[in-house]
Ligand binder design. Structure first.
Ligand code: SAM
Ligand code: SF4
Length: 336
């Protein structure tokens, strides 16, 4: 199978697929309180359309797929999509990003359907704060979802923590402690201000180096490479060579990672394309340039035509992100 490279020499082998713009939570940093006007079912790609795009992508050499949203698990019969994606020849890694609230019901079915691993978003371990951040969720459901994911054999299970000053930065140590006796990979992610005035975004940002320094005050952390926890190979884990840098507290079962999209962007090693739930293919989370694959599919485009459009998206992948250009947009709609 061939490999795909963009004009900056980056190998593009990873497709993130947003399967819905809807969500059962309303996280303060991601969605307005009143939610968004969801796209109609006709505007959203069908499973067959998603599978077709995934197939053409793997024909071109992509081999990693992540399913995301909105909240992917609120899309009906998602396990069916996972099963079909897992059967596509050439896919070596099938993962999902979820808020975890529904995992308690679906983890085993997803695993049986061929899902390899899962990233669960969890920004606090405090019940009241969870309700505040998600504007509605119950912490217990997500904690149960994490346990079910481990039980089901999804591996690695990664916990994504968006760190916000004055909101959850007092819990960094509590999150590290989770890695002592569970094989979890806790990743601290820089909060990306998206322009919400209500939340006074700009004041909330904490650079990853500051989060790491805070961890180091609590514990001795050492660089760590173990693909069973990080899902990365040795080269990926080297500084600057992948989104997360991993560490471990000596003796802990799990790992700790730091992701710095703003203070130290990882654009030079970016390997991904994003398929938005309405069928637009985007070369970068922050890109205004998008290709309407749904229209082409519904007009009967041939496999070669779809592959050419995917190539076109890759050839328009920017050298680095222009983060400011999306301020004001809603992450759940783009597909985080
Ligand atoms: N609903 C799923 C979830 O929460 O995991 C998947 C979609 S969500 C948009 C994907 C990821 O984007 C989550 O980990 C979430 O924390 C992150 N995210 C959303 N808005 C963000 C922001 N302003 N800054 C940093 N991360 C953000
Ligand atoms: Fe929903 Fe995920 Fe956005 Fe929270 S971060 S509102 S769970 S899409």
């Amino acid at each position: 199978m061939s490999s795909l490279y963009d004009r900056y020499g980056r190998k593009i082998d990873y497709l993130r697929i947003s399967v819905t713009d809807r969500c059962n939570l309303r996280c303060i940093y991601c969605m307005p309180e009143w939610g968004i006007i969801p796209r109609s079912p006709q505007e959203i790609l069908s499973f067959e359309e998603i599978e077709r795009i995934a197939k053409e992508s793997t024909n071109l050499g992509m081999n990693k797929i992540r399913v995301t949203g909105g909240e992917p698990l609120i899309r009906r019969e998602l396990a069916k999509l996972i099963r079909n994606l897992s059967k596509i020849e050439g896919i070596s890694d099938l993962s999902m990003t979820t808020n975890g609230t529904l995992l308690k019901d679906y983890a085993q079915e997803l695993r049986n359907s061929g899902l390899n691993r899962v990233n669960i978003s969890l920004d606090t371990l405090n019940e009241e704060k969870y309700k505040f951040i998600t504007r509605s969720g119950k912490l217990g459901e997500t904690l149960r979802g994490i346990d079910e994911a481990l039980q089901a054999g999804l591996s690695p299970v990664k916990i994504n923590v968006v760190v916000m000053r004055g909101i959850n930065d007092d819990e960094i140590v509590d999150f590290i402690k989770l890695t002592y006796d569970k094989p979890l990979s806790v990743r601290f992610i820089e909060f990306m201000p998206m322009g919400s005035k209500v939340f006074r975004d700009e004041e909330r940002f904490i650079p990853a180096w500051e989060i790491k320094a805070h961890c180091q005050r609590f514990a001795q952390i050492e660089p760590f490479i173990d693909s069973s926890l990080t899902g990365l190979d040795q080269a990926d884990s080297l500084p600057g060579n992948g989104p997360a840098r991993y560490y471990r507290i000596r003796g802990a079962l799990g790992a700790v990672g730091f992701i710095s999209p703003l203070s130290s962007p990882f654009c030079s090693s970016c390997n991904r394309l994003r398929l938005i739930s309405d069928g637009r293919l985007s070369p970068c989370l922050y890109s205004q340039y998008q290709i309407d694959l749904k229209r082409s599919l519904r007009q009967g485009a041939s496999s070669e035509e779809i592959r050419n459009l995917i190539r076109l998206a890759i050839s328009n992948k920017p050298k680095e992100h222009h983060y400011q250009s999306v301020a004001g947009q809603v992450m759940s709609q783009i597909g985080g």
